[in-house]
Design a binder for this molecule. Sequence first.
Ligand code: GDG
Length: 750
Amino acid sequence: MQLRSFRLSLRFILPLAFVLSAFAYAVVPLMDNLTLHWFIRDLDIRSQLLANTLQEPLLDYVPQKARKKITQLFDRAIQDERLYGLAFCEPGGALLYKTGNYPESIGCWMPQSSDEKRASLVNLPTGPVHVAESLLNQDGQYLGKLILVHDMSFIERRSADTRKYVITLFALLAIVISLITVFIAHLSWRGWMSGVKGLLRGDFLLRPESRTPPEMRPLLGDLRALFNEMNRELEARGDASQLWTPDKLRALLQGELAGDQVLVVSNREPYIHVSTPKGIEARRPASGLVTAVEAVMRACSGTWIAHGSGSADRQVVDRNDCVRVPPDNPSYSLRRVWLSKEEEQGYYYGFANEGLWPLCHIAHVRPVFRSSDWEQYVSVNRRFADAVIREARTDDPVVLVQDYHFALLPRMVREALPKATIITFWHIPWPNPESFGICPWREEILEGLLGSTILGFHTPFHRKNFLETVDRYLETRIESEASTISYGGELTRVEHYPISIAWPPEPASAESIAENRADIRRELALPADHLLGIGVDRLDYTKGIIERFQAVERMLELHPEFIGKFSFVQIAAPSRSSLDEYQNFEARVRNLAQRINRRFASGSYQPIILKAEHHEQEELTRYYRAADVCLVTSLHDGMNLVSKEFIAARDDERGVLILSQFTGAARELHEALIVNPYHIEQGADALHRALTMPEVEQRERMRSMRTLVRDFNVYRWAGRMLLDAAQLRRRERVMSKIRLHSRRSLRRVS
Ligand code: GDG
């Protein structure tokens, strides 16, 4: 601390010393001039006085030509140490009398003049002298002139002395100012430090007004944000050093949330039972949300409440509308909620997918808002909230609400179960306040979400957008650094939890990569060395499928040597197909694929192999493992799990990932080839680079990304959210005990 205050002071003292010395440097010549001027004036007066004193005797002696007396007079006069020499000149200009050391070079130097006296400085080889003349007149007759020469060397001596004094004065001044500065800096540093310490100790929480000095207050926010961020980083690193597994997650649930009931609510169910000619089959839907949350539910058996949408769903449930899943290893309950066609149309297709989905994804598709859809959305949220309330065995279950289909449900559940811990995860991006502001029911949606205890987004950017949106449209108190929103006396913590996939990846492939490569190429009737790209998506306009095909086309244009040697397989699971926008999109995708295929056709060669149908997860894994490059070119995506699935599938550490910069995943997977999907040339270049990338580079990139996906897996995603929830629950329980205790004490006192 001492050292710091010393350094701090130095920062002030050095410039001060500089300024003072510059000042002294400028002032000394000024002082010299001034003193010289004074001394000259002084000598002028002295010369005049002396001349006046000498004039009287001279008026006697000169006419008498009394040489001796004049010499004696002069000798007496120059006893004065400053008077250097004296001389007398006759009117004709001849030097009549002079003292011994009167300089010859001066002679009778001044021209005659009518002036009484004239004076000047003369530089002699021995130094400067002051020369003055005084005219001697008697009864109007000019008798000659007296010349007085004064020594000036004393002036130089005095000037040197003055300079010395001025510099000493400035040096003393600098020292005094410096000492005062160090002293003040030291005091204020101590005050500042004790202020900072106070902030960190949380004094401001106790008595904000009195304990936090006003000047510290702006700093408070920054410091807290910084420490929170550091803390999060430390936690993240600490977490990453231990691998999160299903067992660890289970242990956490048993330890931290012992006996607490976990309920999940989502629109999409994790298993859909469909009638097929072979009987009833259970299918896993194509959904990133399902992929992630299913892994959590397997670890912490609870109840998952979802819309029963399969053709055989009703046939397999018990009388409480529940069925145990997964079918091959039942570990949790799936509770189905039945929706009418109108409800599904208005709530799911209408408000959620024609309104909120395009609203939150900036993908240039206009959101559609209809009042009738909104009414269905409100009523379906109510129905699901009622299902949660009915399923709750205690008054404080942990409720995990999934996605944009249930923005209103958190508040509805909160009103019925005030002690519930409601964790809402928003799986899609959150737009900026202006974009969100066009929603006619923006306040209701925000109020609904603020019923949550914790609200999670994939990235800090989406979290920030949400805070700004709330700030813009609701009267709340926002602590941006602590990331909490206080609304109607309730606190919601807004966090970012990047979602991921299970590790080790499921399902594990029984085949080797070489077998996968060979099999897939055989199935596609391609040569064994044919280069393959892969894309896996729901058929959705946000996924950038059109742009991806255009990049493939451009790459073949620029590098025709790949024609016939490279094909791109697009697996496109049908999605929301009853909506016009999606039907149009599918048609555009099909047309583009056909056009490109026609353009580069030769024999059976197809540059684009479009598989617009649902695939089983095992099948997807085989494609991931068989591919040389995976293209993820979303125009906007909360996270994107396909990119992580591709990485997880590549235990050979080969293959290249091309990843859109507009995915949440791009924040984590830096070793991917990051592209702007709108920039077709860039996509084409990246594809060419991927296809020609040396194996060593592929391995390095893939290895690093695999480590990240392994460490930051879905168990960690869920674990961190649940840990935060457990911490809040503990705090809440302690607080309610304190409240109870103080109520009792008050009662006793009264
Ligand atoms: C939302 C957000 C966020 C695809 N086709 C099939 C199939 N899939 C699976 C993939 C992957 C999942 O669907 C797609 O996940 P994404 O993350 O790419 O995208 P969304 O469905 O839009 O998910 C997204 C995610 O939620 C999680 O929070 O990452 O940003 O938009 O798992 O493998 N699965 C099966 N058959 C297919 O044909 N079985």
